[in-house]
Design a protein around this ligand. Sequence first.
Ligand SMILES: *Cc1c(COP(=O)(O)O)cnc(C)c1O
Length: 396
Amino acid sequence: MSQSDREQWRFDTLAVRFGQTHTGEAEQSEPIFPTSSFVFASAAEAAARFSGESPGNIYSRFTNPTVRIFEQRLAALEGGEACVATASGMAAILSTCMALLKAGDHIVASRSIFGTSVVLLRNYLGRFGVDTSFVPLADVDQWKRAIRGNTRMFFLETPSNPLLELADIEVLARLAHEHDCLLVVDNCICTPALQQPLLLGADIVVHSATKYIDGQGRCLGGAVVGDAEHVGKDVFGFIRTAGPSMSPFNAWVFLKGLETLGLRMKAHSTRAAELARWLAEQPKVERVFFPGLPSHAQHALAQRQQSDFGGLISFELKGGREAAWKLIDALRVISITANLGDAKSTVTHPATTTHGRLTAEERAEAGIRDGLVRISVGLEDVEDLKQDLALGLGGR
Ligand SMILES: *Cc1c(COP(=O)(O)O)cnc(C)c1O
């Protein structure tokens, strides 16, 4: 499929086929190119490649044919001009900041972003003169008030993990652009199957491909998607220089993941919605956080901005940390692991794992209580998941 087919075909077709190139061996599945470098026919051709006069592969830190198929396919799914694949989701976020910011710049970020993203922005970028102000994700006034003369970037995740709050991407994109800022959205939780931030006005999407894009908990990877200038030139320039590039083997696994992404996101969403309704009825559950429940404060926004509600659920147990750990330790099906987006359901206790490096005060501000449990609902039979949780909730 070529670039012109992008306009013609729909999401699931692009997810299965877009970007594939053929080697001449008549292969049906995309080829893996495990090669560090590429060979030139002559000294003159090598010189032309290096000078940029003639396009083509030089070295896999820069480009690799398998990685390129993944990049083109994800760009098509997100509706972006360019995509650059990275070694992990964190490498995607770091590369975006390194490529597009400089010392003296300021970021306004949601305080409910991935815990490691907070640490990256605050502890590491801060050391190089890029300051970040953290604001409540859904409070537009606070985003407005945090803007300074040197603010160049807004950074957010919607829905947030683990509390599943939403940001109105269109509103924040308008605000960012009024102040000459780029809006960067981490779209890891929804994936383009459920939400396409670039089409809502965001400038850049970052991904942890490790999660739903892989979908089976195998490989680490990430990606940055956006326009040809910021991503195709600037972020690509940083990655080919600094080296957090994606391995061709991982790119191949993610390509296979993209082929089933639409189907899987629907299946995760259906199971999560069923489980959220069930959890909300359990006497030991204080409250459930799931954007698909009418009780969710931003249910209407979720219906408008997303095509479904995704596979993450959080809930707070009466009885704090002790009750949460007791539930987690009683589970026999659901795995205790920090990963999400896997076919296997996973459970975490955010306060003592993913958000354990935040100070108690930061955790309180972010609303991560000790009784909070997060489940990434996998693809098992939902009745078995209910039965598993019922054990931990002391029922049946
Ligand atoms: C996991 C995750 C990341 C980091 O991705 P890695 O692939 O683990 O580096 C970033 N953002 C979100 C929302 C994540 O869940």
